[in-house]
Ligand binder design. Structure first.
Ligand code: HEC
Ligand code: HEC
Length: 204
């Protein structure tokens, strides 16, 4: 059950999920549902709405971005021992189908514990910080933080995951292939990072 075309539309993933009558070729390829139930669910939840902030929400995330990150984990370009083990044996078709599955799910935003901080985060998100030379996040992640293609959606993501990733970009333990995020976030203060997490986790 491989999609016929590398850019196969979401319909193909649906067909893969619904095809319970296994033809001869399907024996070796696992269905999305099997993979999600057996693996991803344990940390990210069946609907990609992970309840623990240790694990990013995958629901509503852009499919191209999800796909790229899974390949980054596979190739060791993004380091996570937990994730590397999950994706090591996945075929390209399985990676694509999983990305489309989670991308199609609705994400539920969190409630900010500190609305005043969230307002400060909104200001930095939309306008950056001219004094310290921080570029407005909206320039790349979009005015509503939905991202596009390889630019991740940030709206509705767990606050502490956002904070952790910003720290990982700052100290280069997460290397985006072109290091664009490192230069953007280096000048952020600790307060600003927390504020951004508060703002972004609460919007959809
Ligand atoms: C044992 C727990 C665990 C399981 C099971 C797991 N993941 Fe993850 N996943 C993580 C962690 C932890 C991260 C964040 C890694 C980091 O901090 O960089 C992550 C991150 C990701 C990301 C990157 C998200 C982003 O916003 O950048 C994707 C995509 C992903 N996982 C997909 C999957 C898929 C698909 C499965 C099932 C095949 C799966 N994961 C199973 C723990 C898990
Ligand atoms: C010049 C474009 C650009 C700007 C400006 C930018 N980002 Fe990003 N950001 C990216 C790209 C590209 C990635 C994906 C990196 C990768 O592929 O690993 C990313 C990834 C992220 C991630 C990781 C998301 C996840 O799901 O793991 C976070 C968090 C983030 N950005 C926050 C911010 C914040 C906060 C700002 C503003 C201070 C900002 N970004 C400004 C381009 C940008």
């Amino acid at each position: 059950m491989r999609p016929a075309h590398p850019a196969a539309p979401f319909a193909v993933a649906c067909a893969m999920m619904l095809a319970s009558t296994a033809g001869p070729a399907a024996a070796e390829e696992r269905s999305v549902r099997e993979l999600v139930e057996a693996r991803c669910q344990n940390c990210h939840g069946m609907e990609g709405q992970s309840s623990s902030p240790n694990y990013p929400k995958l629901a509503s995330q852009n499919a191209e971005y999800l796909q790229r990150q899974m390949f980054n984990f596979k190739l060791g370009k993004r380091r996570s021992t937990e994730m590397k083990a999950q994706v090591a044996d996945l075929s390209a078709a399985e990676v694509q189908a999983l990305a489309e599955y989670f991308s199609s799910k609705a994400v539920i935003a969190d409630v900010a514990f500190d609305p005043a901080l969230a307002d400060k985060g909104r200001e930095i998100y939309l306008n950056g910080n001219r004094d310290t030379g921080v570029t407005a996040c909206a320039t790349c992640h979009g005015p509503r933080a939905h991202g596009a293609l390889f630019l991740p959606r940030l709206a509705g993501q767990h606050a502490s995951y956002i904070e952790r990733q910003i720290h990982a970009f700052i100290d280069r333990t997460r290397q985006a292939p072109d290091m664009v995020m490192h230069s953007v976030v280096t000048a952020l203060t600790e307060d600003e990072i927390v504020a951004l997490g508060q703002y972004l986790s609460g919007i959809d």
